[in-house]
Design a protein around this ligand. Sequence first.
Ligand SMILES: *Cc1c(COP(=O)(O)O)cnc(C)c1O
Length: 478
Amino acid sequence: MSKLIFEESAEGRVGFSLPDCDVPARADLIPERFLRKTPAELPECGEVDVLRHFVGLSAKNHGVLSGFYPLGSCTMKYNPAVNEEVARFGGFAGSHPLEDSGDVQGNLRLMFALQNMLSEIAGMDAFTLQPAAGAHGELTGLMIIKAYHERRGDFRRTKILIPDSAHGTNPASASMAGFEAVEIKSDADGNVDLDGLRAQLDENLAGLMLTNPSTLGLFETNIRTIAALVHGAGGLLYYDGANLNAILGVARPGDMGFDVMHLNLHKTFSTPHGGGGPGAGPVGVKKDLAAFLPKPVVVRDSAGQYGLDSDRPDSVGKVRSFYGNFGIMLRAYAFILSMGAEGLKSVSENAVLNANYLMRGLGAYMKIAYDRTCMHEFVASGGSQKERGVSTLDIAKRMLDFGVHPPTVYFPLIVPEAMMFEPTESESKQTLDAFLEIMRGILREAEENPELLKTAPHNTVVGRLDEVKAARKPVLKR
Ligand SMILES: *Cc1c(COP(=O)(O)O)cnc(C)c1O
């Protein structure tokens, strides 16, 4: 049983061994008012206690390496160990963002190559690696759409259309970029309702944001029609690339008619995520929009030298300090090269196969929201369980007792008691079968002993939390 280091603290114990200081201590160099009056309340522990503390804390968490993690829309795939090895190469890990371009040619070359690979994968003409997350990429992309219309002297285009199945970051990003977010409905098959879309096509239309496949795990079968309608009305198409894991190497947003998009390297390209980052949300554009990309842009001159170009008068400006999260770019680069073109295609094929296998298996016990072949994820509904008194939240909490991270729950909003499952390509058939057995057991418990679910979890370090209170009134210190 690991204790917290504050509890282990014993006066005078230290966790370091440094040589004696051979410079005279000069407290007088620091003005009196900056000196602390009482000693800091720091735990006094040995090195081993500190390590036990942090290893103990990490074991209380659930990660991809602790168990199955089918958190829909988040693509919690395995982060290959080789990526970490590459990211630790001394030349990369030891470089500083303020170094002169001439001294970091290797880093710039890698960024340049990664931009090109992402362009090829996505069917775009240019990429920036600056944005630090998907939502940050959305904001950047929308700033680009705004700059495009304004550059043409068209200031009336203030409206961004967003389907009701979209991730919450979409309307939030649209508002932050100064647009009005307008919701359009999904039809009975989970596609964008075309009549609803047509009703919104006017001179105020700036663009449409679309996730394809959507967060329902469904491929938008009318995408070409939608692109033609939006372009015909003078708008641009934004692609939320969070779900690219479904179509990697098979289809490209650029070929579907999208003009600007983001990717989540921390989802599709196997870089770590959860716990707030760091991530990377590169933004890709078609050539007409390239002038608006954030600066500086990584470029290569005719002599093969790499550099950073800040002479970009139409650029939306800088969106992130320096050039973005370089360590994350390294990991994504390693992933792309280790998979190769065929390997990337098999990522999607296996992710889609796994999701359909799980959907069919689970369909024996639960309602599946849309009876269509799914892409990399699918949505089940706990509606009939709810009628009998057990909610989706209760089922999700019970999963924790079996060492499984629950799916995304109560999202998308248009499915009652939603559970969104995304197994990713990383999981074996054995893991999926074991999970189906767990689900079968839990759903039987829901009938026979609902109290067990309503009071779950029982085997975790902490029991059921008051999630609203935890978000509104967090206790961040002891
Ligand atoms: C994850 C996700 C986002 C936001 O990405 P972050 O990197 O978490 O900011 C946007 N849209 C969809 C569909 C997502 O799944």
